[in-house]
Design a protein around this ligand. Sequence first.
Ligand SMILES: Nc1nc2c(c(=O)[nH]1)N[C@H]1C(S)=C(S)[C@@H](COP(=O)(O)OP(=O)(O)OC[C@H]3O[C@@H](n4cnc5c(N)ncnc54)[C@H](O)[C@@H]3O)O[C@H]1N2
Ligand code: MOO
Length: 429
Amino acid sequence: MTSHPHGKAEHARSVAAHAAAVAELLQPLRSPERTETLPLIQALGRGLVDHVAAPISLPPFANSQMDGYAVRAGDLSGAGADLRIVPPVPAGSSPQPLAPGTAAPIMTGAMIPEGADAVVPIEKAVPDRFPEPGPDGAVNWNGTVKLNGTANWNGTVKLPATAPGTYVRAAGSDIAAGERALAAGTCLGPAQLGLLAALGIPEVTVSKAATVLLVTTGDEVVDPGQDLAPGKIYDSNGTLLEAAMQQAGLTVRRTAISTDNPAELLALLRAGSPRADLIVTTGGVSKGAYEVVRQAMAGQPVEFLQVAMQPGGPQGIGTFDGVPFLGFPGNPVSCLVSFEMFLRPALSACLGAPAPRLPLRARLDQPLASPAHKHQVRRGSLQPDGTVKLEGGEGSHLMHALAGSNVLVHVPAGVTDLAAGDEVEVWML
Ligand SMILES: Nc1nc2c(c(=O)[nH]1)N[C@H]1C(S)=C(S)[C@@H](COP(=O)(O)OP(=O)(O)OC[C@H]3O[C@@H](n4cnc5c(N)ncnc54)[C@H](O)[C@@H]3O)O[C@H]1N2
Ligand code: MOO
């Protein structure tokens, strides 16, 4: 990649082309050395390295979906029948085969006895409850027991006609042994980890978390908690991006805020970059007289360019001392949009985590205008009725409006005017 001399007219790169360039930049993170095998719960939020095939079927055996009686459906044709009660099947036991003409009390999750092919829920039986446990907790299944004065337990039960398969959860009805349980690249959330546990898999090989060195820049920028002298502003980018990166599974290292002195930024980068997989800076990439990031990157294979996107147009990309580098613009909303549009999707593709944003369709609740040749990313709040309300205007300094938003609203390049009611793509934040 080449450095653009300051001020040279730049041809804007499309959002898709820049997203591809960022994905390409992060490719080194995808390597066998950058994987680790972790106990399930420690793998939360990580990307799965290999496909996982089910080592067993789920359920592993046919089992009951209800508390009731395991029966042979053929014994209950027509109006049903009185069946002799045989010893019960509690969950966790391996039952005897069910003889014709009998019914086995069975509990939810218990194995269907061989010969049985249906379960009648207890509510449909007469009597419609199991005997109460005695004082010692044991249930007398065979004796003549008074059932709350309603019926006598006499060792038989009346059951209605029941179709084969009723309330039977067949072996393998969730997943069969050998089928693909999870695809490589899946981001492991609670449900995916729960599935691995159900399959009896105790640990899993995932991509290692990448470490990012995050540097915010600007003579005007001071840490929250400090006095705010005239002309100064508080550093919101550092917190905004560190939080977004942490949520996306990155390990974040923050340097002190860099002044606009390139020597100082260089010193911060040199100190931090050897232990980082990626460097992200904010500010100092556009066309001002003191663009500290541009100056610090002189001599490095870093390109500063304009992406056809608003906000987040000015971008830097390349490597610093061999470490992948992204220079985001300084405006807070531009930073977050840059992260969401470029870095987050590249991490998803490369490390399998975070899970990609789900693109949804929503109807605008107001008209909207957008520059012809730019992909505009507005902020909005998605309403329960499926409409989206824009929060704030186009300005990339509108941090308060961003904080009131729950979606990014996409207006692709080429679309200039949208009416209330028009559909747009939104990404849930
Ligand atoms: N002549 C032009 N000027 C600008 C252009 C342009 O094309 N031609 N592009 C504008 C756009 S778009 C953006 S975005 C910004 C990008 O500027 P820089 O990346 O160089 O960022 P700075 O100038 O350092 O800061 C921009 C803005 O953001 C505030 N800022 C910076 N850092 C932080 C921080 N950590 N926390 C909160 N706010 C921060 C800074 O004070 C500025 O207001 O350039 C436009 N100009
Ligand atoms: O790209 Mo700037 O981010 O439009 O404000």
